[in-house]
Design a protein around this ligand. Sequence first.
Ligand code: UCC
Length: 634
Amino acid sequence: MQRFCSRNNLLLANLGTRGILRNVTAATSSETYLKISDNQKNVEPESYVVPFAKARIGNFFQEKPSLGNHYREDHALQSYLKRHIPSDIFTSKVEPDLHKFGQRVTSEIVDLGQQCDTELPYVEHFDPWGQRIDRLVTCPAWNKLHDISAEEGIISIAYNREIKEYSRLHQMAKVYLFASFSGLYSCPIAMTDGAAKIVENLTTEYPWLKERAFGHLTSRQPGQFWTSGQWMTERKGGSDVANGTETIAIPQDDGSFRLHGYKWFSSATDADITFTLARVVGKDGQTTKGTRGLSLFYVEVHNVDGSLNNIQIQKLKNKLGTKQVPTAELLLDGTVAHKVSDEGRGVASISSMLTLSRIHNALASASSMRRMVNTARDYSTRRSAFGNVLKSYPLHIQTLARLEVEVRGALLLTLEAARLLGREDVGIATEHEQMLLRLLTPLAKLYTAKQAMSVVSEGLESFGGQGYIEDTGLPGLLRDSQVLPIWEGTTNVLSLDVLRALMKTNGGVLKVWHDNIIYRIESAGQHQELSHAAEKVTKCASSVVDFAKTHSDVLDNAARDFAYSLSRTFIGALLVQHAVEAGSDPTDIYAAQRWCEKDLTPVITNQNRRHFSSESTDLDFQLLFKNYHDRSRL
Ligand code: UCC
């Protein structure tokens, strides 16, 4: 009897020996381990295989999901790259590297990323003798991810340009494979890429900058590789940088500046360098307000002895997710800095960094969606319910297939931005391509971030309760995704950036967007299975252009729906074109068809509902503020 040591099991055993168990068993289950026939009545209970008795926790353990080579299992990524990179370059340079990296991501990097999630960064503010040191401590896995990023050339591939304009696509494909496994090391990588781009752009005006930093930012040697921050946000302004930036820059005799200010969100504070904005104090002791007062500064975060460059880390932020990233509030108290823009051209000069980090954001969005869908797909082959594995239930597969359509759409949009950037990098982008890149950057960022939130949340649900359990690593994906629509410009701010691009080019970006769509789907008209989708995309593209022309008075109000319409219609064109040009794979055709069944133009739908009228604006306000008591006036 020793084996039945819990109270319940003892009871079960007694009931069993008295023949009562048989009745209970018959009512609940017909498994053989509970069969007790009359001639077995005298058998010792411990010889039965009674559930929850031997191991006390049962005999069934769910097989966990696993991921294979993350590159090999990504049809959309492979077929897009094959379409756009000449085959000799693709087969000799790009594919073998991505294949190797795809394996490394799911075998080695995934564990490092997981460690970053549990060994969080912290700051030691004082040494044992009371001296303020603000030493930021990051875990070994985070440091290893720094080294891996260098070795893998995550930055350098894009700037060494061994395969010319295709280098950018190669690099961005790697970032996409890396991002959702990287323990958020993709964050410093995004900013470092932006910094490398700024430095490269400023070579003529500030040659010393390139000499000093470029080699480090693009190094493949872990010991030489520098990462960069992007310190833009202050207490008064995350979105409204022009009015919110209070940091001042005091000129020094040697041509450098001393910065005094408070940076409210500085991501990846372990960076070696950073770019930041500040207002130069003139001879009259005054600064200029607004955008025209902002200049761009280059800062090295540490002094030669390793101490901070007159920077105090006030605290690390207590965030919803991305806890792996040391995001800090920083006091700049005489920080030595170098001005690297004309005075008042700070925002315009940092915009190339914003372009890069926004494209990285879109890659991270696509990456987390891809990881979630692939994990859910694998799980559907291992998990049984109601007598069958999940993959045998059409309803389950339909749910995941809808997510797959979203991932493919997001990926094509983002890679298209990356492809154009690659052409711009080497100076061969036409004026139209540059305009398209200017427009696709905010669109890709804002649209894919929202997709990521919804796809990752839905994907999590497909694991049932396990999706809610921390140490499966799944909930972290959802928490970390929530930052994607926020940092690098919220959805509304980026929708307004779309309008900025429109205004700045007198509508030129919209014309290019429209022409580009028409060009892409030209060949699909002849394709029987795609002609309907192609027709719809053409119609939607025209109606969006008409809307912009005829409703310029409500564009501000309609900015979000307008941006969604531009994104969805463009993705529709990309999916249709891809289906035709990537060899008419049935899944590509189906993905394009499914995508185009959506409401591609919510701006038209909502205009027809008069959502942008002044009456609606009033009603929106009344709806929201009903019963609100204005305490600010008390
Ligand atoms: O730093 C942050 C955290 C870092 C974490 C990085 C992680 C990356 C993701 C990784 C994936 C895992 S978050 C902080 C990010 N902050 C923002 O994104 C700011 C959001 N706010 C905006 O974007 C605003 O719209 C501003 C700051 C751009 C608005 O500023 P202004 O001064 O009001 O804008 P203006 O006056 O319209 O533009 C000034 C100049 C103009 O050029 P000129 O003078 O030649 O006409 C604009 O055309 O800047 C130009 N400009 C741009 N150019 C403005 N925005 C852009 C742009 N996006 N592209 C090109």
